[in-house]
Design a protein around this ligand. Sequence first.
Ligand SMILES: Cc1ncc(COP(=O)(O)O)c(C=O)c1O
Length: 450
Amino acid sequence: MAVAPASALQQLLAAERERFLAEHPRSAQLAAQAREHLLMGVPMPWMVRWAGGVPLFLDQAQGSRVVDADGREYVDVALGDTGAMTGHSPAPVTAAIAARRGITTMMPTEDAIAVAGELARRFGVPAWQFTLSATDANRFALRMCRQIQRRPKVLMFQWCYHGSVDESVAALDDQGVVRPKPGNVGPPVDVALTTRLAEFNDLDAVRRELAHEDVACVLAEPALTNVGMVLPEDGFLGGLEEACRETGTLLIYDETHTISAGPGGCVAAWGLAPDLVTLGKALGAGVPTGAYGVSAAVRDRILADDEGDYFDWGGVGGTLAGNALSLAAARATLEHVLTPQAFAHMETACTRYREGVEAAFARHGLPWSIVQLGARAEFHFTPEPPRTGGAAHAAIDPLLDDVLHVALLNRGVLLTPFHNMALFGPSTTTDDVDAVLAALDEALGLVAAG
Ligand SMILES: Cc1ncc(COP(=O)(O)O)c(C=O)c1O
């Protein structure tokens, strides 16, 4: 058996969408209303991409569950694409938010010291700064690297995603030339001036690009997580670190998603040695917070740099960055929610899911694979997990994605939109995992050729 033909999938999609629309009159009504004053009918354009045909409007979310505007409840394994990896509205964080007097004041708080200390302990780099998003953490980390390195470029990996960072909206074309990613909205400069790209797991390509010695830093996830999930092959990250050292290039690990590997992300789980670490999203349980940390050597170089204006006009900053509310949320998250015990539970839940998905693929004769990184797992429509971003990108099938996602919504499961990623939080129960597996089993039965 294999996957049903495209014509059958189209019919299936139409039928599942019809059911979705019939069962979501309130979301449909709100979607119509929203078109009046929301550009594109949503607060952010990507929200139009929900597979049901209209965006699913939220009523409330708590723990591992979400309730939509029509009063329908879902087991949520999207968890806000990691922003709610803590589970929705965890009690220690909502209590810290309620207790906070003063939201933003231009003054540091004791919470900032506690959060920086805990991040230093977890990720092994000693000096931290805060932003409102992972995107900004990456942007400021890149600026600081270029500033102290006096080099213009950054190396990233093909089909990586690090937020809306200008340098990263780039992709290699068929000839291996750096181009704007298709649809790059108003690029400020030609990305070829700012960016070099290599395929993940291709050390030769990394060495070739770094040999130009014009790269200030590599910005990488320890595992690619935004184009399916591509794990590093044995020796790749060690080779990357070595190539950086040999060419005087700094190495930034973006742990925004890969923190799923454990309390200190892949850096701690795999004993990695970056010069900088960036993260965001789950750090404040979804309260806007990002952070970047630097090694002692990088800290000393920044402190010795008397040309960069880090305080005023220099391009690094943000009025609300490091605000009291975000840091109270981050402190509560680190001290009481994303604890080592929580990670152990999350990984166990994810392993149960991964094994269940493997069994379901076998049962339905679907030649697909699934990859796990701690608390997150993602399946691919390929027999073996892709080993590069290029291969993962080529394996994306928007029609299959849409059918599976809307079929799962109709069966009470929220899988991460535009991905086949499932993430498990501290409040996800065994029953939740089994409910997801049961819904997925039905959905797979629909798309498998009979
Ligand atoms: C690895 C990684 N870094 C950074 C970001 C940007 O996060 P945000 O959009 O919260 O700034 C993302 C978003 O998905 C991400 O996946």
